[in-house]
Write a protein that binds this ligand. Structure first.
Ligand code: DHB
Ligand code: FE
Length: 283
């Protein structure tokens, strides 16, 4: 059966795409952020995942205010990158792992997660930027060294699923991946957060204390976050801070195994956002 090697959770600020396009990685503003990924890349070089299940939120690219699935799973052959006007260059398309997608779809529905299945989908910065940060050589070569299964959680249009529901989605994803008849090595990525609010009276809101407590809880006490309602999470972390639900689902996918933190980095601000990176592996 397939094997989950661990998880990487990261923020996905579009301005990162602009910094990559302009080669700004050594610029004093960007360096502490980009340097945080060196250890994650070292870990990936050692662990050599074949497939990535990436928890992400769509920002209005595939789903808009008229139709908004709470959870959606990609089952496409290929995912073109397109973005919603941040002015960053399109990154290489990602190849889909169709076999795992359909296995996940079957398994989630059997587990009473009534997802939307997408046989065609685009990917925005929430998927393409983690790929570019983790596999910069892929960016040069125009192809990524992994296949992907995108799993989308709505954090754009209320109501959002609760943290405990997202954790259970992660647990169900674990069950799906580890029952997939394959010798492939699977990495879970959670893409979103941490605290940020892009507009309104609280634009620029960042809660470092809460972000650090959340990151710490992810290692040994991952259900800590479920004490908060989504309204409380928005109060604490900002309107878009609710994207931390991707981290919660990614952590749920490591649920029944002891984990240890391989690496973490927290840096602020990038744009209006507090950026976090967390690499968890089996203990
Ligand atoms: C920013 C952060 C996001 O998560 C996003 O999706 C768009 C913009 C930002 O900080 O600029
Ligand atoms: Fe976002």
């Amino acid at each position: 059966m397939a094997h989950i090697i661990g998880s990487i959770s990261t923020s996905h600020v579009p301005a990162i795409g602009g910094a990559i396009a302009r080669g700004k990685q050594q610029d004093p503003y960007w360096k502490p952020f980009f340097d945080g990924f060196d250890k994650a890349r070292e870990w990936l070089a050692r662990e050599e995942p074949d497939v990535v299940v990436i928890l992400h939120n769509d920002h209005g690219l595939n789903f808009f205010l008229d139709k908004m699935p709470t959870f959606a799973v990609g089952a496409a052959e290929s995912y073109q990158n397109s973005d919603e006007g941040w002015g960053i260059p399109a990154l290489p398309a990602a190849k889909g792992c169709v076999d795992l997608s359909w296995h996940i779809v079957e398994s989630l529905v059997a587990d009473e997660f009534d997802i939307t299945t997408c046989q065609e989908a685009l990917i925005d910065h929430a998927v393409s930027l983690p790929l570019a940060l983790l596999w910069p050589d892929g960016l040069q070569q125009g192809r990524w060294p992994v296949e992907i299964v995108p799993v989308c959680i709505n954090t754009v249009l209320a109501p959002f699923p609760s943290a405990s529901r997202c954790y259970r989605l992660g647990q169900a994803l674990r069950k799906a991946v580890t029952s997939w008849d394959s010798d492939k090595r699977v990495l879970i990525i959670g893409s979103g957060g941490l605290s940020h609010q892009l507009d309104g009276a609280r634009a620029g809101h960042i809660n470092k204390k809460f972000d650090l407590a959340f990151m710490e809880s992810m290692v040994d006490d991952p259900k800590w976050i479920t004490q908060y309602s989504n309204d409380e999470l928005v109060d604490l972390t900002g309107t878009q801070g609710i994207e931390l639900l991707m981290w919660v689902a990614a952590r749920g996918a490591l649920d029944d195994m002891p984990v240890r933190q391989f690496h973490s980095n927290y840096h602020l601000p990038i744009s209006n956002t507090a950026t976090g990176l967390l690499v968890l592996e089996p203990a």
